[in-house]
Design a protein around this ligand. Structure first.
Ligand code: C2E
Ligand code: MG
Ligand code: MG
Length: 681
């Protein structure tokens, strides 16, 4: 090689452009031929070739007489070889060929790289297009959102499901698709793993539909969470089918009421609450009398309509929290919870029977039906719905057999409960009758001021002048009237009667005194002040003639509402006193907020005075506390002079009791007033 003649340096300008062009534009044999031609040109040789490695020649640099060879390498790997022949070559020629081989290697490498990159991009683009095609083809709607819930992509499925195009949806917050539920904050989703749920969403048309929603986290290349991918499928059809199935499984198709199975579940759930709160619950089994006869003679269509209407009447007669179920044909069941006394269930039973009293007008027929009702009581008769229902059914059969009038028959499962019930039902229906037939009367008991001995008022006390039993004291019918709600009518009658009597005394020229009327907790509602005002107006009675006595149990209801009602009564100029004070659970902190004029010490404390030291202590405490709070204090049930002496010493203002006067009918009270009590002053 050292004998090779000198040659011109490698012609970069000409040859490199030519090699570049060749590498860029040619492939295969054409490229190899062109490279050979360039080599021949560069070295002014008659013959120049470019052979691929492995095509026979060894890949080692070589130079022989009249011949030059040089391998072309890419990344240290021989990819081909230049060969020029036909003249004597110098070292410079060798360098020229070496330069050409190096340039060719570099260009082939760069071109290969560029081609691979271009190919990779093209591949990626194709893949993306492919993916979005797949996304658009699938029926599910797929969308992505950022961490704030702003939509970042929206496929064709989403367009079809919601009716919004990608243009309309992308960039808006996902909340615009929500139907009614509280949006779940996106932060609450786990960043690892997905989450499936069933949700309600709104379409562009406004239609709300059920969708199954699957959320999975969307991460960037570094695996940082950047949002969520949501897959939604319309499942409205399935939901409706499920609802239909659920309805069929748990409701009677005819009446739409819960069936036996749902009744069992609802009752069992409520019993666990009753057990926790230690309250009573009752199950009523209702059988509609004469239904089978009607169904058999007039046909099933009329029978069905009768049951539908009866179910509606039952539902309307009861409170929302009572469970009403339709068990089978003409059998219904009622669940009553948070019952204070088991006999409240009889009131409900009577309500149900009353609801059936009006005839059913169906297709021109006037149909009359009644009901036999059996009652079982939790926890005595059973601990679960199934047992209670069975016991109530037995009681219902018994009620039907024994009653003279099966339409009105009610029976408890336990015989001892029946005795009390019959008595109570008799009193209740008797009391309703008494109200309408003038059997109630008022007696009046005087109240005196201790210091002056003057008569300052009287308490109106109701009595029932029973046609056979004589005078029935209120203790025998007021508690029952309270539990049945009849107390409201009794109370209305008492207020009316007391005001009428006060007006007569006013017109007869008697000096004014406060006539106290007892008002039960159930009457103490927001309509009371208006009723009092209109009664006073009707009798042209100044408000200082009237006083309302309420008990501590009244105060245990909604305190703010009670205070409002009290303020209204006060605003009318009518006094208020707190009856039976000391027997309830009045919170002392509330006591100062009530606008009360008088505290009435309960008779049970007065009785023990002066022997029982704790009664004395209680009475003295009530007196001093009442005085400090600015109330007057009266003691009821005063029967002895000792009692009055003690009360005077303790600072009590007024007294009421047999020592001074028993409750008397109006005319006797007036006579005593004129003859004795007015003289006291
Ligand atoms: P109350 O409002 O605490 O009435 C006082 C009761 O004590 C009355 O009994 C009265 O006759 C009795 N009494 C008064 N002084 C004496 C006494 O010196 N010795 C004894 N042994 N008893 C005395 P009554 O009339 O039987 O009334 C009992 C309860 O019935 C009343 O207690 C009241 O809570 C209720 N009541 C009476 N009339 C009505 C009414 O018109 N409406 C309402 N809601 N309840 C009424
Ligand atoms: Mg009273
Ligand atoms: Mg009292």
């Amino acid at each position: 090689m050292s004998k090779l003649p000198a040659a011109a340096p490698f012609d970069f300008a000409g040859s490199s452009t030519a090699v570049c062009d060749a590498v860029l534009k040619l492939r295969g044999d054409a490229l190899h031929a062109e490279l050979g031609r360039i080599a021949a040109c560069l070295l002014a040789s008659p013959q120049g070739t470019f052979v691929l490695c492995g095509a026979g020649a060894s890949c080692a640099p070589a130079s022989r007489e009249g011949r030059l060879e040089k391998d072309v390498q890419v990344d240290g790997r021989c990819v081909g070889r230049y060969e020029v022949t036909g003249r004597a070559y110098t070292l410079d020629d060798w360098r020229q060929l070496e330069g050409l081989a190096a340039l060719t290697g570099t260009l082939l490498q760069m071109h290969g790289l560029a081609q691979r990159t271009t190919h990779a991009y093209a591949h990626m683009e194709a893949q993306l297009a492919h993916q979005s095609q797949i996304l658009d083809q699938i029926h599910e709607s797929v969308l992505t959102m950022d961490r704030m819930g702003y939509i970042t992509s929206w496929n064709k499925g989403a367009e079809q499901l919601f009716g919004y195009t990608a243009l309309e949806a992308i960039g808006r917050n996902i909340l615009f698709l929500y139907a009614d539920e509280d949006p779940t904050p996106l932060d609450a989703f786990p960043e690892e793993g997905g989450r499936m749920m069933e949700v309600r969403r709104r379409k562009k048309s406004g239609e709300v539909f059920w969708a199954s929603l699957s959320l999975s986290p969307l991460n960037d290349l570094e695996d940082h969470p950047i949002g969520l991918i949501a897959y939604l499928t319309d499942i409205t059809e399935r939901k409706l089918a499920e609802e239909r199935l659920h309805h069929l499984a748990y409701y009677q198709e005819l009446t739409g009421l819960p069936n036996r199975r749902l009744f069992g579940r609802l009752v069992d759930q409520s019993l666990t609450v009753a057990q926790r709160n230690e309250t009573t619950a009752c199950v009523l089994y209702v059988d509609i009398n004469r239904f089978r006869l009607i169904n058999g003679t007039l046909g099933r269509r009329i029978g069905d309509e009768l049951l539908r209407q009866a179910a509606q009447r039952f539902r309307n007669a009861l409170r929302d929290e009572d469970v009403v179920a339709h068990l089978a044909a003409d059998e219904f069941a009622i669940g009553l919870f948070d019952v204070r006394q088991h006999f409240e269930a009889t009131t409900v039973a009577q309500k149900l029977q009353a609801a059936l009293e009006a005839p059913f007008r169906i297709e021109g027929h006037d149909l009359r039906v009644g009901a036999s009702i059996g009652i079982s009581v939790y926890p005595q008769d059973g601990q679960d719905a199934e047992t209670l229902l069975r016991m109530a059914d037995i009681a219902m059969e018994r009620a039907k057999e024994n009653a003279q009038n099966p339409d009105k028959s009610v029976a408890f499962y336990r015989l001892d409960m029946n005795q009390g019930m019959e008595q109570r039902m008799k009193i209740e229906s008797g009391l309703r009758h008494a109200l309408g037939h003038g059997e109630l009367v008022l007696h009046y008991q005087p109240k005196f001021e201790i210091a002056s001995g003057r008569l300052v008022g009287a308490e109106a006390l109701v009595r029932w002048k029973h046609p056979t039993r004589g005078m029935v004291p209120p203790s025998e019918f007021i508690p029952l009237a309270e539990s049945t709600g009849l107390i409201v009518q009794v109370g209305e009658w008492v207020l009316e009667q007391a005001c009428a009597q006060a007006s007569i005394w006013q017109q007869a020229g008697l000096p004014p005194f406060r006539l106290a009327v007892n008002v039960s907790a159930r009457e103490f509602t927001s309509s009371l002040p208006d009723r009092v005002a209109s009664t006073l107006r009707r009798y042209r009675l100044p408000p200082y003639w009237l006083e309302l006595e309420i008990t501590e149990s009244t105060l245990m209801h909604d305190i703010e509402q009670v205070i409002d009602i009290m303020d209204c009564v006060n605003g009318l100029g009518v006094a208020l006193s707190l009856d039976d004070f000391g027997t309830g659970y009045s919170s002392l902190s509330y006591l100062k907020r009530f606008p009360i004029d008088t505290l009435k010490i309960d008779r049970s404390f007065t009785t023990g005075i002066p022997r029982d030291s704790s009664d004395c202590a209680i009475a003295s405490t009530i007196i001093s506390m009442g005085r400090r709070l600015g109330h007057r204090v009266i003691a009821e049930g005063v029967e002895t002079v000792d009692q009055i002496e003690f009360l005077r010493e303790a600072g009590c203002d007024e007294v009421q009791g047999y020592l001074y006067g028993k409750p008397l009918p109006a005319c006797e009270f007036e006579a005593a007033l004129r003859e004795n009590w007015l003289l006291v002053a």
